[in-house]
Design a protein around this ligand. Structure first.
Ligand code: SAH
Ligand code: SF4
Ligand code: F3S
Length: 470
């Protein structure tokens, strides 16, 4: 198939790195090392983008801080998935007006999915005049030239092209973690689920070349990363736009063949494209974690149809059965939307029934939020907010009960876990993850950090497990 995506040439990225060096010459004259504050909202795609933003900033001579007050440059990487996410950003950005008044030299930058929406850009132009730079995900690779322009000639800058999107390799990365890492395998989405803003703000699906992905994973494995998550809005359509004959199962197989002691995870999978071949590959590949995040959104076929999910409840449940037959201890998680326009009480019951049949380990539940420009935002919605809230509470109560039961079944078992952090709960020393990604709070010495260790599970609640190093 013809390669649809524009690939940003290595010369273009090299030119941006040259601009970074020019900025580093400027920042070197500022006296103390200038600091950058990067704040990230939204999904792992945005986390991965922020790691590239930090990569560029480091090359410009910036260090990093968690305090806006100390920062010479503030970058807020935003999410547009629900209204609530946007309101939080507007609130936080609004509060920066005082800081900008006190310290006009501080550069305030807003980027990410939210600013790909024209009405948002309009609002920032008019009412958030202390914001210096606004750029969308498609323009991220040009961050150095944007910062340079602001440093030498001041003024405001807006770069939010509405385009199908591109692929840029070779942008420097500063990762947030030394144990777990994200690797984007593709960008964008072609699915246009009727409620979702992502295809409008992230452009069309485009896959990175397998050799670029494999090189990145090899590098991470060599650096000692233990948990690598392959990212895309719908990883199951990986490779459809590439010349070479490869699909996501094929990619998983190749990543699995990379030597090293690490686990492979991936997200998100769309049920319509999750195939028997994928399940068999998961079962066969020893590094692929026994966990699948497979959003079903709603349990009723009429709702699924107007959501434009392109699968039925029966098809979904059949896939879950096939997967459980291959990997009996598979850990399953999902996303659910409550209160889609017109969803009746009986239709909502179908969602509860899916929970009872599948018995997810964890569920991410959302109340429908109309996104301007999407078809669902125009649909009639006679259901009251109270009714939606009642349904939402019933859903979370049922899931809490299931999570608690599933977690209780771990107690007494010894599970090989990745020790991935220090516990913020004083009664425990460490945090760990089971292969299925369940959180475990662990008693034990911090020398175990970054290792796969046997943990004896001694307790559980609906959120997490508790245990001790064996
Ligand atoms: N690409 C992923 C989802 C990305 S968005 C997938 O297809 O599964 C993460 C979740 O946010 C979605 O699965 C959905 O449950 C929820 N979501 C998306 N748009 C929403 C909206 N308008 N209102 C409420 N929840 C929404
Ligand atoms: Fe949104 Fe659907 Fe694409 Fe997921 S698959 S990002 S829910 S349009
Ligand atoms: Fe949000 Fe954009 Fe991710 S809208 S969920 S940050 S792709």
């Amino acid at each position: 198939m013809e390669r649809a995506a524009t690939v940003i040439s290595p010369e273009h990225i090299e030119a941006q790195l040259k601009v970074c060096r020019a900025i580093a010459d400027i920042t070197a004259q500022w006296g103390e090392k200038p600091l950058a504050f990067v704040d990230t909202y939204g999904c792992q795609q945005n986390e991965a983008d922020s790691e590239r933003i930090r990569g560029y900033l480091e090359k410009m001579g910036f260090g990093f801080t968690h305090s806006e007050e100390e920062a010479r440059i503030i970058v807020i990487n935003t999410c547009a998935i629900r209204e609530h996410a946007q309101q939080r950003v507007f609130g936080n950005v609004g509060a920066l007006v005082h800081l900008k008044r006190r310290r006009p030299d501080t550069l305030i930058c807003l980027c990410g999915c939210m600013v790909q929406q024209p009405q948002v850009v309009q609002k920032i132009r008019e009412s958030y005049r202390h914001v210096d730079l606004v750029f969308g995900p498609h323009a991220l690779w040009k961050l150095p030239e944007m910062v340079y322009a602001l440093l030498v000639r001041r003024g405001r800058m807006f770069l939010t092209p509405d385009e199908p999107g591109s692929i840029a390799e070779g942008i420097p990365v500063v990762r947030q973690d030394k144990i777990r890492a994200w690797v984007s395998v593709m960008y964008g989405c072609n699915n246009f689920c009727s409620y979702c803003i992502v295809p409008y703000v992230r452009g069309r699906e485009r896959s990175r070349r397998p050799e670029d992905i494999l090189a990145e994973v090899r590098q991470l494995a060599a650096e000692g990363y233990r948990d690598i998550t392959l990212l895309g809005q719908n990883v199951n359509s990986y490779g459809r736009d590439l010349d070479e004959p490869i699909d996501f199962a094929g990619l998983l197989e190749q990543v699995n063949a990379i030597p090293g002691d690490f686990l492979i995870r991936f997200m998100t999978s769309h049920p319509k494209d999750a195939t028997q071949k994928l399940f068999e590959t998961m079962a066969r590949c020893e590094k692929v974690a026994p966990v699948l995040h497979l959003p079903f959104q709603a349990g009723n076929d009429r709702i699924l149809k107007i959501m434009n999910r392109r699968h039925t409840r029966a098809e979904y449940l059949e896939k879950i059965r096939a997967l459980k037959a291959l990997i009996p201890d598979i850990v399953l998680t999902s996303d659910v939307i409550v209160g889609f326009p017109g969803e009746t009480a009986e239709e909502f019951e179908d969602t509860l029934r899916v929970l009872e049949e599948v018995r997810y380990d964890a569920l991410f539940t959302f109340i429908f939020s109309p996104r301007p420009g999407t078809p669902a935002a125009e649909m009639e919605d006679p259901i009251s907010r109270e009714e939606k809230l009642t349904n939402f509470n019933r859903l979370t109560a049922l899931q809490d009960q299931i999570s608690e039961e599933k977690h209780a079944a771990y107690v007494g078992k010894t599970v090989r876990c990745l020790i991935d952090g220090l516990s913020d709960d004083a009664r425990y020393d460490l945090t760990a993850r089971t292969p299925g990604n369940r959180l475990v709070r662990v008693v034990g010495a911090s020398s175990a950090l970054g290792q796969f260790r046997d943990v004896k599970i001694t307790g559980a609640n609906k959120w997490s497990l508790f245990g001790e190093l064996v």
